[in-house]
Write a protein that binds this ligand. Structure first.
Ligand code: 5GP
Length: 176
């Protein structure tokens, strides 16, 4: 069930605009490719890239982490790869939320193997208290407490991605 609203859609918009301004300033002199980690980051990615002050290349990657559970399995498999060549490019990897950091560490390693000039990480949300591996986050929207959240792209068992606000979610007794 949805418990409490953690971030309103209005606050999400403000955070996205702030990040877009910061990243736009960082784009000077770069050859950028924005990579969206599907599916969770899709709403954030669309909102963010539309507010950048110049044209950028966009691409998509999908890895599997959670199924119908609120705990990370810690093993990541590649479901869909990017299609553009990132060799010599400046990659901005866009994630919805960083929890243990395991997913991101794997995706960063995978992309670095293709010899981009740089890889920077952009995440809408971060749960620092849950970190198991240190992954440098270059641009972070909001830090939140250790709560499982849904909405604005984030799901539980593929539901709730389309909600405009971000909610704390707790499985019902019979779902748990
Ligand atoms: P990590 O590998 O950092 O533990 O987890 C990263 C991925 O787990 C995120 O891309 C996201 O898909 C999922 N995840 C982590 N925390 C949450 C959360 O609070 N809510 C939802 N819906 N997904 C989460």
């Amino acid at each position: 069930m949805l418990k409490t609203k953690v971030v309103t859609s209005k606050r999400v918009s403000e955070v996205v605009s702030t990040l877009a301004a910061e990243i736009s300033a960082d784009l000077e002199g770069r050859d950028p490719v924005f990579v969206c980690i599907l599916k969770g980051a899709i709403y954030f990615f669309a909102a963010l890239t539309q507010q950048l002050t110049r044209s950028v290349v966009v691409d998509f990657i999908q890895v599997s982490s959670y199924g119908a559970t609120t705990e990370s399995s810690g093993t990541v498999t590649l479901v869909k790869d990017i299609t553009v060549d990132i060799a010599g490019k400046d990659v901005y990897l866009v994630e919805d939320i960083v929890d243990t950091g395991l997913t991101l560490a794997d995706v960063v390693a995978l992309l670095r193997a293709r010899h981009p000039r740089s890889v920077q990480v952009v995440s809408l949300l971060s749960k620092p208290s849950r970190r198991k591996v240190e992954v440098p986050l270059d641009f972070v929207g909001l830090e939140i407490e250790d709560r499982f959240v849904v909405g604005f792209g984030l799901d539980f068992d593929e539901q709730f991605r389309n909600l405009p606000d971000i909610w704390e979610y707790a499985p019902d007794r019979e779902e748990a």
